[in-house]
Design a protein around this ligand. Structure first.
Ligand SMILES: Cc1cc2nc3c(=O)[nH]c(=O)nc-3n(C[C@H](O)[C@H](O)[C@H](O)COP(=O)(O)O)c2cc1C
Length: 407
């Protein structure tokens, strides 16, 4: 395997994650100390200058997001860590929380200081009860040590809904309501949890913060792709030799991820396709493998970096079979609040199922294309907007898999 660049995972296997003294000995909480010696404005400017963009999927500049909450006067503000990690094939946030939980707490406390918040929540997926235990231990230790100051952190558990990873549905869920997305604007940094300014950032985003402060914005900005600097944790699954996680600079290409780090295709077979970013990611053919994994390069080829999940498929895979499973997933996970998604995901799965079972026609492919395009524009939240992307990209790059099903 090629050599990784471990920034986020610098403590992996080196410290006892449940011993805060180990974290502190390894340089932990120096970033927070440095942050508190800065003015809130200078701190946000430093984070903004580092170029750190969200690692949860939308790729928004973290420092800029924080400044929106800072600039909104309120008696209470919140910091929320999105640890819902509902994307199939993704386990990078679990890795961080299990192996270096204090780095997440430190990143959240820095954000709290920056925006003027004394309350943080970690919204962790319900399927990770053992992670919740570890987080609670880490929080207790941080409180006992007094490193968080007056910043309090609580863990809230999700109950298995994919849509609750969407930030406004997540906020609804923490408030005790049914997990459904809100109409935006207003966006959470201005009107979030209980109507108060709220920063929602992903686990990996927060975990990047301590080292950015310790080593400086310029250091971070110099790593990887210029427009999306730093490293990215990727989780490799499917027909690849090394089904594992890797941390690589963001200018690494997809080909390097699969072949240099992933060890290539398992069983001596040939590559067919890769889906990056989770279930809603676009499918990428061989001809586009030299694209860098950074957010903008991926967007330029109609794909996404998303959560960083890498699902590799060999030549034996039938794309219609894969898409049949994916559209079933979205039909099941649509919360039903808006009709383009509620109806669209259902009809989309229906059509794909028909094609898969040999009852489809060429007209279905046109209709799928039209439906997908409408959904990507008309759905209320990212779930329905992105759900058509696997369908649209396989129609674009692997159309013969569909036409081969026609009788
Ligand atoms: C259906 C759906 C599921 C999502 N799931 C997650 C998730 O599990 N974790 C996450 O961090 N962001 C998820 N997001 C993105 C969040 O809405 C939000 O953009 C993110 O938490 C912001 O943090 P960041 O700026 O650090 O990336 C999801 C979005 C959608 C539309």
């Amino acid at each position: 395997m090629a050599e990784e660049m471990r920034i986020l995972m610098r403590n992996y296997g080196k410290i006892d994650p449940l011993n805060i003294d180990d974290y502190i000995s390894a340089g932990g909480y120096k970033g927070l100390e440095k942050a508190r010696a800065m003015s809130q404005k200078d701190l946000m400017a430093e984070v903004q200058k580092s170029g750190l963009r969200g690692r949860g999927g939308a790729g928004f500049n973290a420092g800029m997001k924080w400044s929106f909450s800072y600039n909104t006067p309120s008696d209470q503000k919140y910091v929320v860590c999105n640890a819902d990690e509902g994307e199939p094939g993704t386990y990078k946030d679990r890795l961080i929380m299990e192996n270096d939980p204090q780095s997440v707490l430190e990143g959240m406390a820095v954000c709290g200081y920056a925006i003027g918040s004394n309350k943080g929540y970690i919204y962790c997926r319900g399927e990770y009860p053992y992670v919740v235990e570890k987080l609670n231990t880490a929080i207790e230790q941080a409180k006992a040590k007094g490193v968080l100051g007056d910043f309090d952190i609580e863990v809230r558990m999700g109950a298995g809904a994919y849509v609750c990873g969407e930030e406004s549905a997540l906020i609804e869920s923490i408030e005790g309501h049914r997990g459904e997305p809100r109409f935006k604007p207003p966006f959470p940094p201005v009107t979030g949890l209980w109507g108060k300014p709220t920063i929602v950032n992903n686990v990996e985003t927060f975990a990047n913060i301590p080292l950015i402060l310790e080593k400086g914005a310029d250091w971070f900005a110099g790593i990887g792709a210029k427009s999306y600097p730093g490293t990215k944790l990727m989780t490799l699954t499917g027909d690849v030799v090394n089904c594992t996680f890797i941390e690589v600079p963001t200018d690494t290409t997809i080909r390097q991820v699969i072949f240099d780090f992933g060890g290539g295709i398992a069983g001596g077979k040939k590559f067919k396709a890769v889906q990056i970013g989770g279930t809603s990611g676009g499918f990428i053919p061989e001809s586009l493998l030299d694209t860098a994994i950074d957010f903008d390069s991926m967007a330029a080829i109609g794909a996404t970096l998303g959560s960083g999940a890498v699902f590799v498929m060999d030549e034996s895979r039938d794309m219609v079979d894969v898409i049949n499973q994916i559209t079933k997933f979205f039909e099941h996970e649509s919360c039903g609040k808006c009709s383009p998604c509620r109806e669209g995901t259902k009809r989309m799965h229906e059509m794909v199922k028909n094609i898969y079972s040999g009852r489809g026609t060429a007209a279905d492919l046109d209709l799928l294309n039209r439906l997908g395009t409408v959904m990507s524009k008309a759905c209320l939240c990212g779930l329905g907007q992105a759900a058509p992307s696997p369908v649209l990209t396989t129609l674009q790059h692997f159309k013969t898999d569909y036409t081969a099903k026609f009788n």
